[in-house]
Design a protein around this ligand. Sequence first.
Ligand SMILES: Cc1cc2nc3c(=O)[nH]c(=O)nc-3n(C[C@H](O)[C@H](O)[C@H](O)COP(=O)(O)OP(=O)(O)OC[C@H]3O[C@@H](n4cnc5c(N)ncnc54)[C@H](O)[C@@H]3O)c2cc1C
Length: 390
Amino acid sequence: MTTAEAQVEIVAAVRDWVEREVYPAASDYEHADEYPEPLVEDMKRMGLFGVTIPEEYGGLGLDLLTYVLIQIELSRGWMSLSGVLNTHFISAWMIRTYGTDEQRERYLPRMATGELRFAYSMTEPHAGSDVQAIRTRAVRDGDGYAITGQKMWATNALRAGAIMLLAVTDPDADPRHRGMTAFVVEKEPGRASQRGLEVGAPLKKLGYKGVESVELSVDGFRVPLSGVLGGAAGENAGFAYFMGGIELGRVNIAARAVGIATRAFEEAIAYAQQRETFGKPIAQHQAVQLKLAQMATKIEAARLLTMQAAERKDAGERADLEAGMAKLFATETAEEVALEAMRIHGGAGYSQELVVERIYRDAPVLILGEGSNEIQQLVIARRLLERYAL
Ligand SMILES: Cc1cc2nc3c(=O)[nH]c(=O)nc-3n(C[C@H](O)[C@H](O)[C@H](O)COP(=O)(O)OP(=O)(O)OC[C@H]3O[C@@H](n4cnc5c(N)ncnc54)[C@H](O)[C@@H]3O)c2cc1C
């Protein structure tokens, strides 16, 4: 089977599964803020935890574009399912790209099956956009490091068996580029308290429910030298590794935005043909048609930007500009489409009976996460000024 055939097959299988299993179940899980264990087990069986992990490590060995198309389908069903995968996917890419041979052998095969799941943690209570300001410290201690600090918003970190964690290792380096290292912190999945690591209760969120985001308190937690991502070459190189990972995260967030916007649009255009006012379906009122046209056009543009960013990254080309543009445009589109879909539903859209209410609550986190859209615009502008420098 060619890569293109494998892509078509798995994306169709995910789409079919989402419509069959996720559509009827998502709202109940979401309203109860319950982790969707049976759905996650299905995702493991479908190989979704290893889509981009090379076949030699037991993954499907498919490209970022395939992953993006899968993320769109998952988010069309329920965005939280894509959240279960995202931190894992970024961590797997970081291990594959920057890890030592031993680290690839140790982690990737179990990550491919979903047996070992990863969280990804750089944000702290006082530092999100300004990653250089993190305070978590890792101090050399015999044959390893002792890590101490506070992390915030670590998604999947309770159930994960490992956390890709960023800590300061050389605070005296150039103040604009303090030495930081990426650590693979192995932990027991599901346990809130273990020696030197406390996992807080899941934070209560507006949306994006069912997948946990937690605070972490780390106090002298010991990580052996083998836990330094990239081995000796990785010491003080962690900031760049995390920035490489977050670029992929931006493409993934754009894909989620396309997924939820597509679903909101599908719900809205169906409802507009059923609901009647003033003697005709509201879809026959031109004011509603204008909304539908705007929504569909922007979603299509967002989809193309997202696919373009994935294709550039797959081709090994620099893609920070494209990833930033895709993330910015797709997430602002999702926010706008979610509101328009609710308006088209009138009062019904405000009811928890309908999926547009959930999408309206899910959309904003995409604007804030993986580099807020304000930061995204700074990244885009910086690249444009480089490209058009006089
Ligand atoms: C549900 C959820 C899940 C998350 N999951 C993870 C995770 O798994 N791992 C992880 O590490 N993090 C995670 N995060 C953290 C997320 O990445 C940060 O919240 C995000 O980077 C923004 O950081 P902040 O919240 O500290 O906001 P701040 O950095 O304090 O920013 C506050 C506001 O100021 C603006 N701002 C900041 N600097 C500038 C500037 N220079 N110019 C203009 N505007 C600026 C921002 O755009 C924003 O509007 C998650 C967050 C949420 C809400």
